[in-house]
Design a protein around this ligand. Sequence first.
Ligand code: T46
Length: 136
Amino acid sequence: MQTTLQDIKLVDIPKIEDRRGNLSVIEKDCVPFDVKRVYYLYDVPSGAYRGGHSHKKLVQFLIALSGSFEVVLKDGKHVERVMLNRPDQGLLIPTGIWRELENFSSGAVCLVLASEVYDEEDYIRNFRTFKSTKRT
Ligand code: T46
């Protein structure tokens, strides 16, 4: 849980350029975990906000497949804002980092590769509780 913002990584996803369009591929060296779940956020209304939690065990890889959005990341001491707007780039968020997603453009699609299946018990949805886990 004692991860910091320095453990967050922006990863370039290999891109095969072609006159017919580009193709990007995610293979096992691209993400440092076995993918157990894939989900995506789409049709996000203007001004909507997603996230607002951290995870105890889950590691995730976020990609703006289409459009753009911003991810606000907090480790309990520092805050960083990352804009995702390229389908050939992913954001690796380790366990124990608070994330908020906002400023979705029209038509934005956020694809998420996750290291675990869905488990509500893995979430910390209260920021004060999150901060207390970073102190101990
Ligand atoms: C994260 C950000 C980027 C499921 O039943 N299965 C799932 O795999 C997920 C992700 C969610 N749900 C249910 C749980 C809630 O009833 O879908 C509902 C909305 O979930 P939540 O409010 O957690 O959605 P976001 O967009 O705020 O957060 C999600 C992920 O939960 C989270 O891990 O990092 O996307």
